[in-house]
Design a protein around this ligand. Structure first.
Ligand code: ZN
Ligand code: ZN
Length: 373
């Protein structure tokens, strides 16, 4: 049995619990997770009834050759040229005569849902949430290996960038160079457009790098980057101090203070990560340190998120999450303090929950002294 077979079996188990005969998987990454197929514009029907078709991939002619090598043995329904995907899906489902069908409410378009609702009069449609996503939370060895590879690529690219930082290079140049290095080191592309924020621009948690803002100004730069390896992602953030790039510049005391609080908060959260730990308590471990440091209102986002086939996926380390961490989850831990007009500090690592605690998968040094360029 391949890992894809066992993933589909676990999904069938969830469908059984919900008394659903089948699920129409429309979310691209969920299709990849369940089949290994890396193309797009294809839907998967997974059925659990012993008499009906157990799985069927709805695709088009562009992908038939790729599917033969990526998913040998998987039953295909191939739509012809000019046939709309929605119409083809309706036709295929009509022939299957399923008594009930789950749809992925978070990602299916309203248009598609309405069409199914209108045409599939014999099938009871049920909105589902997080079925495949809940399976994706727990990574197997192969997935953890792919995440490790995405981290290796990101870290090697960062080391090159770090050595190339000079006064006057723009945020945009650095971000573009990072993307290029990620690809040179074997990545498919960046996990997302890198954030490179100098001084006050580091206060924008998702700021876009610009040409006008230069490395060396304001004494520090925040870089949030990651790589997409084959299919899996990494996601890191470091603040580099750039005082040495200019004569007579020193690290300012404010940066030392803020950095120290964020680093202590991040370490407290990592210490709290183990199987069974409540997610909101891990968030609180960091948040309490930042509160005590006097910056509670300057940490406006949640502590972290799962990474995998998506850069942001379940679970979330956030104040409203009552669930428990489990071995095999991979999460980011990324507390930050943002002071408008001055700047921001965020430190982000990728952490695997293990049987007896956790392993920090990322290894870029994070002591402030080690972050000087
Ligand atoms: Zn990030
Ligand atoms: Zn992140």
């Amino acid at each position: 049995m391949t890992s894809f077979d066992s993933r589909r079996d676990r999904l069938r188990h969830l469908l059984k619990e919900k008394s659903l005969d089948a699920l129409l998987v429309t979310e691209e990454r969920n299709v990849t997770y369940l089949t290994g197929f890396t193309g797009d514009s294809s839907y998967l029907i997974v059925g659990q009834s012993p008499t009906g078709k157990r799985e069927l991939l709805l695709t088009d002619h562009r992908y038939t050759e790729q599917l033969e090598s990526e998913c040998p043995g998987l039953e295909l329904a191939v739509r012809g040229p000019g046939v709309k995907q929605a119409d083809f899906t309706v036709d295929t489902l009509t022939k299957l005569k399923l008594p009930s069908l789950g749809v992925e409410a978070d990602t299916m378009s309203v248009g598609m849902f309405e069409k199914l609702h209108e045409k599939l009069s014999a099938t009871k449609l049920a909105r589902t949430e997080n079925l495949v996503e809940s399976l994706r939370e727990i990574k197997d060895e192969g997935e953890i290996g792919e995440i490790r590879e995405a981290i290796r690529i990101a870290e090697q690219a960062f080391a090159v960038i770090r050595n190339s930082l000079r006064h006057g290079r723009s945020e945009k140049e650095v971000a573009d160079e990072l993307e290029y290095q990620i690809r040179l080191f074997g990545g498919t592309c960046g996990a997302f457009p890198s954030i490179v924020g100098v001084g006050p621009r580091a206060a924008l948690p998702h700021g876009r790098p610009v040409r006008e803002s230069k490395i060396g100004d304001h004494g520090f730069v925040l870089i949030d980057w990651g790589a997409r390896g084959r299919l899996y992602h990494s996601d890191l953030t470091r603040v580099l101090t750039t005082a040495k790039l200019l004569p007579r510049q020193k690290i300012e005391p404010k940066l030392q203070e803020v950095y120290g609080v964020v680093l202590a908060a991040q370490r407290a959260a990592i210490d709290a990560i183990r199987p069974g730990a409540i997610m909101k308590n891990v968030d609180a471990a960091a948040r309490n340190v930042i509160d005590r440091g006097g910056f509670g209102k300057n940490f406006g986002h949640s502590l972290g998120h799962g990474i995998g086939l998506a850069v942001h996926e379940q679970p979330r380390l956030a104040p409203d999450q009552d669930r428990q961490l489990a071995a095999g989850m991979v999460v980011t831990v990324e507390p930050g303090i943002y002071l408008p007009g001055w700047g921001g500090v965020r430190i982000e690592d990728d952490v695997l929950v293990t049987e007896d605690g956790c392993e920090v998968l990322t290894s870029v040094p994070k002591e402030l002294e080690a972050c000087a360029v």
